[in-house]
Design a protein around this ligand. Structure first.
Ligand code: NAP
Length: 267
C-alpha cells in the first residue's frame, strides 16, 4: 500500500536505530521531507516517545517495531510485520550499529559477535529482503551507515573498524550492481558525532572523542539525507573527515593504523 494524505502519494522510510542519535535525526529530516516512518530499535518506550514526537511535529505517520538486531531472525520479523501491515518501504536506512572499544585480546567475544551481527549481518539481511521489490518498482533508496572508520584499520576498536570497512565495500559494490535500476545505495561515513555511541563503546575519554571536536548528529543526518536523495554512492560529512578518508589512500597502512591507535587512546 502506498499511503495517501491530501491526495498525494506518501513515501515510507524504515530507519533502524531510529530512536536516538543519528537515526533519530535522520527520522526527523525524512519526516520534514514528507516521509512516513517505520522506526526500529530495542526499547519500545523510547521508540514510542520518538514516534509521538515526530507525529506531533510533522504531518506524518510513524510506526514502531521493537526488535533486537543482534537476533538473526529480527530482519525477517521486521519484513513480515511490514508485509502484514501492507507498508511499502521506499527508503531503507540501515543505521543501527555500535562499537566495542579496547584491546581485542581483552574485549568480550560475545559483544563483538553481536556487533558483527548488527553492523554487518542485519544490514545485509535487510538489504537482501527489501531490494527485490525496489528493483521491480524501479525505485528505491538505501542509506547504509558506514563511518570514516571504514577507510583504515582501527587498533583499540579493531572489530568495529572492520565492520565499517565491510559496510562501505558492500554498499559501493551494490550501488554499482544496481546502476540503471532506479535503486540507489549510499554509504554515509561520519566521523566522531555527538550521540550515545562513545558511551556505549566506552570510549568517551579517547582522544578521538574528547580532543578533536565532534559533529552534530542533525548536521550529519541532513548531509546523509541529501546525499541519499541525490543518489550519491559516498557521503563524507565535514572537511576533516574528507581529509581523513582521502589521506588513507596515500598513507602506508601500517602508519595509518599507528595514527588511529594514538587517536583511540585515552588522553
Ligand atoms: N556517533 C558516531 O561517532 C558515529 C560515527 C560514525 C558512524 N556512526 C554510526 O552511526 C550509526 C548510529 O550510531 P549513533 O551514533 O547514532 O549511536 P547511538 O546514539 O548509540 O544510537 C544507536 C541506535 O541504534 C539502536 N540500537 C542499538 N543496538 C541495537 C540493536 N541490537 N537492535 C536494534 N537497534 C539497536 C539504539 O536503540 P536501542 O538501544 O533502544 O536499541 C539507537 O536507536 C551506527 O551505525 C554507528 O556505527 C556513528
Amino acid at each position: 500500500m502506498v499511503a495517501k494524505r491530501n491526495g498525494t502519494k506518501r513515501q515510507t522510510a524504515l530507519v533502524t536505530g531510529g530512536s536516538g542519535g543519528i537515526g533519530l535525526e535522520l527520522a526527523k529530516v525524512l519526516a520534514r521531507n514528507g516521509f512516513d516512518l517505520v522506526l526500529v530499535a530495542r526499547k519500545r518506550d523510547t521508540l514510542e516517545a520518538a514516534a509521538g514526537q515526530l507525529e506531533g511535529t510533522f504531518d506524518i505517520k510513524a510506526h514502531v517495531f521493537a526488535a533486537d538486531l543482534r537476533i538473526p531472525e529480527a530482519p525477517q520479523a521486521i519484513f513480515d510485520f511490514l508485509l502484514n501491515e501492507n507498508i511499502q518501504i521506499d527508503a531503507l536506512i540501515n543505521n543501527a550499529g555500535f562499537a566495542v572499544g579496547g584491546e581485542f585480546a581483552d574485549t568480550e567475544l560475545q559483544r563483538e559477535l553481536d556487533m558483527i551481527q548488527v553492523n554487518i549481518a542485519a544490514l545485509t539481511h535487510l538489504t537482501k529482503l527489501f531490494i527485490p521489490t525496489m528493483i521491480k518498482r524501479r525505485s528505491g533508496r538505501v542509506l547504509n551507515l558506514a563511518s570514516t572508520a571504514a577507510f583504515q584499520a582501527g587498533p583499540l576498536m579493531a572489530v568495529y573498524y572492520a565492520t565499517k570497512a565491510y559496510v562501505l565495500s558492500f554498499s559501493e559494490a551494490l550501488a554499482e550492481e544496481l546502476r540503471n535500476t532506479g535503486v540507489t545505495v549510499t554509504a554515509l561515513c561520519p566521523g566522531p558525532t555527538d550521540t550515545h555511541f562513545a558511551e556505549v563503546a566506552q570510549v568517551t575519554n579517547s582522544k578521538l572523542f574528547s580532543t578533536f571536536g565532534i559533529a552534530d548528529a542533525a548536521d550529519v543526518a541532513k548531509y546523509g539525507f541529501d546525499a541519499m536523495m541525490h543518489g550519491k554512492r559516498l557521503a563524507i560529512p565535514g572537511i576533516r573527515n574528507k581529509i581523513v578518508a582521502q589521506s588513507s589512500r596515500f598513507t602506508p597502512r601500517a602508519l595509518s593504523a599507528k595514527i588511529v591507535r594514538l587517536a583511540q587512546q585515552t588522553r
